[in-house]
Design a protein around this ligand. Structure first.
Ligand code: GDP
Ligand code: MG
Length: 198
């Protein structure tokens, strides 16, 4: 598979119940539900702007830390960027990311050129077990970026994906597919849309 394919693959890892599916669904569909539905493995796609053209952002929502080891290895080798999610209400969920991070490091060799974001989700919850500074310290030691989010209140959700994409210096990616296009191109598109309505 060529390194610069037209797909950009993001993989979301983390213990069961930390809010991986909620973050992905909030980002892709803009909705949130309070009920917990365990995930098998789902991939969502979105069109984004990439190097003056468009490409497909593929987001894989994994089952959690008890994923089949072979599937986990495959997701890591195929992935371009990674989101490691814990819940700020559970120190244990942060601990559970350690073996995933270690496997990521082992498979990719180094995380220097791999975008990785450590995410403390459920930032809306008052029952906090992991302080912001603990998340930041963990991210420093893993040489990755850090952000707290809430899928429930929609805090930092779009920012998380935009920031992750901007960490990749080999491509210039933007969630807004119109951002990189010229006014001329947008006018041509508008005209096309008008013509197809007629
Ligand atoms: P997953 O197993 O990591 O995919 O977790 P889910 O996305 O299925 O979420 C597990 C539970 O946590 C569900 O009941 C969600 O409603 C809840 N949840 C997810 N994100 C948040 C959040 O940001 N804040 C709060 N308070 N609850 C959340
Ligand atoms: Mg899930």
């Amino acid at each position: 598979m060529p390194e610069q394919s037209n797909d950009y693959r993001v993989v979301v890892f983390g213990a069961g119940g930390v809010g991986k599916s909620s973050l992905v669904v909030r980002f892709v569909k803009g909705t949130f539900r309070d009920t917990y539905i365990p995930t098998v493995e789902d991939t969502y796609t979105q069109v984004i702007s990439c190097d003056k053209s468009v490409c497909t952002l593929q987001i894989t929502d994994t089952t959690g830390s008890h994923q089949f080891p072979a599937m986990q290895r495959l997701s890591i080798s195929k992935g371009h960027a990674f989101i490691l999610v814990y819940s700020i209400t559970s120190r244990q969920s942060l601990e559970e990311l350690r073996p995933i991070y270690q496997q990521l490091l082992a498979i990719k060799g180094s995380v220097d050129s791999v975008p990785v974001m450590l995410v403390g989700n459920k930032a809306d919850e008052p029952q906090r077990e992991v302080e912001v500074r603990d998340g930041e310290a963990q991210a420093r030691s893993w040489k990755c970026a850090f952000m707290e989010t809430s899928a429930k209140t929609n805090h930092n959700v779009t920012e998380l994906f935009q920031e992750l994409l901007s960490l990749d210096k080999r491509r210039s990616m933007n969630l807004n597919i119109d951002a990189k296009r010229s006014g001329k191109q947008r006018r041509a598109d508008k005209l096309k849309a008008k013509c197809s309505i007629m």
